[in-house]
Design a protein around this ligand. Structure first.
Ligand code: PSU
Ligand code: MN
Length: 306
């Protein structure tokens, strides 16, 4: 079945895979333009696509280009998003209609990628980390639109857990309220992005991609409109020291507060500061965990396609 949306362009290779019920994995573009510096952002995005292919699925990097919603972009387009960086609008749910109407570009966040993936008929999406409830949200009300998207768009998001730039406890509470299951792949503990440990529990541990695919398939068959969050711990050899990363995160949050960084600028600012404070170590870990998530998402997509 070919989904039709007059604003959507599905890359021919992606469309063909979907038609033939072969596995497809969606990838986001905010991580390229706002989540990593150039040129590592472009190198990583291309490597993630290659990793998806080597794992037996077709990658579909998702972005908005000249107002067109793209499911699958070229290496040249990835390079364009990497080079333009923060000059490209960080696009979440609210931004898609406006950018489309104006014919502008947008780097798709987790929320926006879920929306476009769903329009294209893609069920599985791999990224690094999702947005969540920020620390201090009881005052700022800074809660990422990613969380509500997980509650209302039926796409599975494979990530490395949530960074402690967020309030992990409140993020889990929010997901619980919204009825979004949080699965731990091979772990009972919620991974915290740069580290395998967080001190918080996931809802369900699952050790096989097929178990995750089965649960998602049932959720779909029951007519739920919501997604699912799969958390995949960073491989031990790339994990950061718990105290080192948390000291860096606290320092970055203090700097952001001093400068009055707010809203959609917060996450990109903190990621960059953490990279500077750790001398680039956080970026190395970030790249490795995204590749790890791409592999798992491909295996789940393959199990779903069967
Ligand atoms: N976490 C990362 N890297 C990222 C992001 C989050 O480690 O690039 C991006 C994702 O695109 C996510 C967005 O959807 O930040 C969340 O932004 P906000 O907190 O403003 O909703
Ligand atoms: Mn926010």
């Amino acid at each position: 079945m070919e989904p039709f949306c007059q604003y959507l362009d599905i890359a021919p290779e992606v469309q063909q895979a979907l038609n033939e019920h072969r596995p497809v994995v969606a990838l986001e573009s905010t991580i390229i333009s706002h989540g990593m510096p150039y040129p590592q952002n472009v190198e990583t995005a291309l490597k993630v696509e290659q990793t998806v292919r080597e794992s037996g699925a077709i990658p579909a990097t998702i972005a908005i280009i000249g107002g067109r919603l793209k499911a699958g972009i070229s290496a040249e387009e990835i390079d364009y998003f990497g080079k333009k960086g923060v000059a490209i609008t960080k696009a979440s749910r609210r931004d898609i209609p406006i950018l489309t109407a104006k014919g502008e570009d947008g780097a798709a966040t987790v929320a926006a990628t879920m929306i476009i993936a769903h329009l294209a008929g893609i069920q599985v999406f791999a990224t690094g980390g999702i947005g969540g409830v920020h620390r201090g949200a009881e005052v700022t009300m800074d809660i990422s639109a990613d969380l509500d998207e997980l509650a209302r768009t039926p796409v599975m998001v494979v990530c490395a857990g949530a960074k402690s730039i967020l309030d992990l406890g409140l993020t889990l509470e929010y997901l619980e309220t919204k009825g979004v299951p949080v699965i731990g792949f091979g772990t009972e503990e919620l991974p915290a992005f740069y580290t395998r440990k967080s001190g918080f529990q996931v809802n369900y541990r699952m050790d096989e991609p097929k178990a995750i695919a089965d649960a998602f398939a049932v959720q779909q068959q029951l007519g739920y409109r919501s997604g699912m969050l799969v958390t995949n711990p960073i491989p031990q050899e790339y994990a950061m020291d718990y105290d080192v990363i948390n000291t860096a995160i606290n320092e970055a949050i203090a700097r952001a507060a001093k400068l009055g960084i707010k809203g959609k600028d917060t996450t990109p600012y903190l990621l960059n500061e953490i990279k500077e404070i750790t001398g680039g170590k956080s970026l190395d870990a970030n790249i490795q965990l995204v590749l790890n998530n791409a592999r798992l998402a491909s295996r789940i997509a393959a199990a779903l396609a069967r």
